[in-house]
Design a protein around this ligand. Structure first.
Ligand SMILES: C[S@@+](CC[C@H](N)C(=O)[O-])C[C@H]1O[C@@H](n2cnc3c(N)ncnc32)[C@H](O)[C@@H]1O
Length: 267
């Protein structure tokens, strides 16, 4: 069965919230992570971090910037961010996924691939950050207690790639609310928007996301943008978009349509 078809058929009968997380965990249990695995970190994120360090919040004295990668999969972006000096938390709903990420990160931090860097002098002056992989559900608050450091909570950078598109539309508003809860006031939510080439009515995962981040984060919508409503769109969302561009490089499966958006909380 073709890869795309296998993911669609696995989730086809899972129409309720409760069966989403277990659906992903089953795929890990059955050793089917190749259905979405890209084999390396996001070059679009690497390029942005290395070329626009001024876009990141200023770290408080004596501490590194803290990053979260929800639905981190094998941990490619987790390891890459740590190699760029962030303290990084990778969150996975599957315990097998979490173990797989731990093993990858340990190996990668000891002997990094060149693919983690765009520029040969990009290694951070303050060295490699700490990594913690947490097994938990993004929509629960339970796992957050494992991220408290020096009495502070919250993340300076959250990276969404193939996480929102892994979730059906009914979870989108909660995804946006959780992002606003987890980000520090100066923090940035960085989204590599994928897939943008799919029609709004096509099934997922990956669920089509054209216009979805804007609708959720800027307009405060439910994440199901309708063309017909364009004239009455609001700006009631919890976020403001501070950057939006087509990254010079991205994963090939985005078919040249991926966009990178950067968001800050309004308050
Ligand atoms: C499409 S995969 C993408 C993985 C990774 N971002 C990558 O690029 O390889 C989605 C991941 O999200 C995880 N996941 C799904 N629902 C989750 C949830 N509610 N909380 C945490 N992780 C979740 C799945 O187990 C899966 O590893």
């Amino acid at each position: 069965m073709p890869v795309q078809q296998r993911l669609l058929s696995h989730f086809a009968g899972r129409t309720d919230r409760g069966s989403q997380g277990s659906g992903w965990a089953e795929l890990w249990d059955n050793d089917e992570s190749d259905l979405w695995d890209r084999g390396q970190p996001s070059v679009a994120l690497i390029d942005w971090i290395e070329s626009r360090p001024d876009s990141l919040p200023k770290p408080a004295h004596g501490r590194r910037l803290r990053a979260l990668v929800p639905g981190c999969g094998k941990g490619y972006d987790v390891a890459m961010l740590a190699l760029h000096g962030f303290d990084v938390f990778g969150l996975e709903i599957s315990s097998i996924g979490g173990k797989t990420a731990e093993a990858y990160v340990e190996k990668e931090l000891a002997d990094p691939h060149e693919y983690n860097f765009a520029s040969s002098d990009a290694a951070p002056r303050n060295g490699i950050g700490k990594v913690e992989i947490i097994v938990g559900d993004f929509f629960d608050r339970l796992w957050e207690q494992n991220t408290v450091d020096d009495g502070t909570t919250g993340f300076d950078l959250i990276y969404d790639y193939t996480f929102l598109c892994a979730l059906p539309a009914m979870l989108r508003k909660d995804w946006a609310r959780r992002m606003s809860e987890l980000l520090t006031p100066q923090g940035v939510l960085v989204c590599l928007e994928f897939p943008l080439y799919k029609g709004a009515d096509e099934p997922g995962p990956p669920w089509p996301l054209k216009g979805v981040y804007w609708n959720l984060l800027a307009e405060g919508g439910d994440g199901t943008p309708k063309e017909a409503e364009a004239a009455t769109r609001s700006s009631n969302g919890m976020f403001v978009r501070v950057a939006y561009f087509k990254p010079p490089r991205s994963h090939s499966n985005g078919r040249g349509t991926d966009m990178l958006s950067v968001w800050r909380r309004k308050d």
